[in-house]
Each structure stands twice: as C-alpha cells, then as structure tokens.
Design a protein around this ligand. Structure first.
Ligand code: BJW
Ligand code: ZN
Length: 241
C-alpha cells in the first residue's frame, strides 16, 4: 500500500497533463448524500421517478420537491480537504481538467477553475419554454417554479438519465482523455455512462489510472493504482506530496 501510494504520488508529481474525475463520494465528507450505496439517496427512492425527463413531465412538483430538499442540504455544506487538494494540484499543472459529475458546486467554492460540470449544476435553473438560464440560490416559494418571462415550467440545470451531456463539457473531456498522462478517479461508483468509460479510454493507451474509493468498483481492476479509503484523507496524500 505504501509503495503504491508513493508510486501514485510520483506519477502525479511527474506528469504534465492530468485529468481528475470526481463523483458524489468526494462531497460525502462535506455532508452531501451520495446516490448509491449505504446512506445513498436512492436506497429508498427510485431514480427513474426523480432523475428522468419523463418523471419531470409526469410530476414536476415531486421532482422539484426533491431538488429543493437537496439544494437546502447543499447550501449548508462547505468544501472538504479532498476538494481543496484538487484545487491545489490544478495550479501546479500545465495542462489540467477536472471533470465532475457533482452538481453541488463545491469544487468551484474550493477554488477549482479548469472544470467541466458533466451533469450540470443544481443552482442553475432553465426554462423549458424559452430556454432562459439563470443561477438561483434561494428557495422557490411555490413548486414547481415558473419562468418570469414566459410562464413555462423551470427545471433544474442538471443532466437526467437519457439526456445528453452538455456539449462543451463532453468535447473538452473527450479531448483531455486522449492526451492526459494521469487520470485520477475519485468517489464515483463508475456505473453511470459515459463517465464510467473514462478509465478504459486512458488505460487502453497506457495512461496511468488512479482510483480512490471506499469500495471496489467496476473500474478498480483497470486502474494501475486503486486505493480504498476516504477522499478527504487520500486525495491530500496523493496530490499534495
Ligand atoms: C466514497 C466516499 C468517501 C462514498 N471517500 N469514496 C451505455 C450503456 C448503458 C447505459 C447507458 C449507456 N450510455 C448512456 C446510458 C444511459 C445512462 C446510464 O449510464 N445508465 C446506467 C446507470 C446504466 N446515462 C445517461 O443517460 C447519460 N446520458 C448519456 O449518456 O447521453 C447519451 C445517451 C443517452 C441514452 C442512451 C445512450 C446514450 C446521462 C447520465 C445522467 C446522470 N444523472 C445523475 C442525476 C442527475 C444529477 C443530480 O440530480 O445530481 O447524476 S444520476 C447520478 O449518478 C448523478 C451522479 O452524477 C451520477 C454518478 O453517481 P456517482 O457520483 O458515482 O455517485 P454514487 O452515489 O453512485 O457513488 C458514490 C461513490 O463514492 C461510491 O462508490 C462510494 O463507495 C464512494 N464514496 N463516500 C471515498 N468519503
Ligand atoms: Zn421562459
């Protein structure tokens, strides 16, 4: 383990081009619930009735109640040592991209700038009628909220199952996967596509894949170094050597 930790640290230290992919586990120590696994939000909820365009069409109020509840939780959370370590390594690398599946905005609060928000952002709302987008931090007094310009329903600016990844985030990420020396994957169950395929793309061309997760995942065997533990401890250990 220690030898691997040193080797992973060296790989990070010596690389020119680095990509980091994060998931809900990175925000867990900040108090943001994950989706799957113990304590995950989907233990007693059906993802298909909350995170699909069909669910929103059928019952926008229930979907918005879930998002308003999550927005309330996230508002009280602050970035942790894992977010901070990722923000710090960005400043040391010539070529860097953080791809986050998280919609909570905590990476930005920690200081990350070179970032692709792969599944959108929970603070952005978009009009289903005129397409107008804006950042709204406050609670909506009435659910589901409606557009002040055209009265159509507003929706959260996140990516639901069956929807496309935002095109700029996708193209930036795919280009990075072609050239990065190191891909660090942290706190994701690696079951949601297309981000679950990142590890294979980099391993195929012999780039170094490093994983940090409490548990084994479908990509653990693909990673050159796969560490079991908390991102709040392991990310500073790997990135801030
Ligand atoms: C810790 C920790 C600690 C905890 N320290 N670790 C190819 C094959 C099959 C299906 C598909 C396919 N291509 C596309 C699909 C369909 C679908 C998909 O992938 N389905 C699979 C589930 C089967 N994908 C899509 O629809 C995507 N769109 C797309 O591909 O468009 C083109 C297309 C469409 C349709 C067909 C084909 C092509 C869009 C995916 C959108 C995902 N949206 C969600 C919810 C919306 C955002 C929100 O409300 O927040 O995004 S789903 C949910 O899962 C959320 C997350 O971002 C995402 C990933 O979850 P994540 O981050 O991995 O969290 P968890 O909870 O799963 O895991 C946490 C991990 O952390 C665990 O492993 C813990 O152990 C660990 N952990 N604490 C270290 N302290
Ligand atoms: Zn509108």
């Amino acid at each position: 383990m220690d030898a691997d930790l040193n080797a992973a640290r060296r790989a990070v230290r010596d690389c020119r081009s680095m990509c980091v992919l994060t998931g809900a586990g990175v925000s867990a120590e900040s108090g943001v619930p994950t989706f799957r696994g113990p304590g995950g939000m989907w233990k007693n909820r059906d993802p298909m009735s909350l995170a699909t365009p069909e669910a929103f069409e059928e019952d926008p109020k229930t979907v918005w109640e879930w998002y308003q509840w999550r927005r309330g939780l996230i508002r009280k959370c602050s970035p942790n040592a894992g977010h901070a370590a990722i923000a710090r390594i960005e400043r040391e690398k010539e070529d860097f991209l953080l791809v986050t599946q998280n919609v909570d905005g905590l990476h930005r609060l920690a200081g990350s700038k070179k970032m692709a928000e792969f599944h959108g952002n929970i603070w952005i709302v978009r009009c289903t009628g005129c397409g107008r987008e804006e950042e709204v931090r406050d609670d909506f007094p009435v659910l589901p909220p409606r557009c002040p310009s055209c009265e159509a329903l507003l929706r959260p600016g996140v990516v639901w199952f069956g929807e496309q990844i935002p095109s700029a985030a996708l193209s930036e990420s795919l280009a990075m996967l072609e050239r990065c020396d190191v891909l660090l994957i942290a706190g994701t169950s690696s079951v949601v596509q297309p981000s679950a395929s990142f590890a294979y793309a980099v391993a195929r061309r012999r780039g170094t894949v490093i994983e940090v997760n409490l548990e084994e995942t479908p990509i653990s065997d693909v990673a050159r170094y796969s560490f079991r533990g908390r991102t709040g401890e392991l990310l500073p250990a790997i990135l801030c050597a």
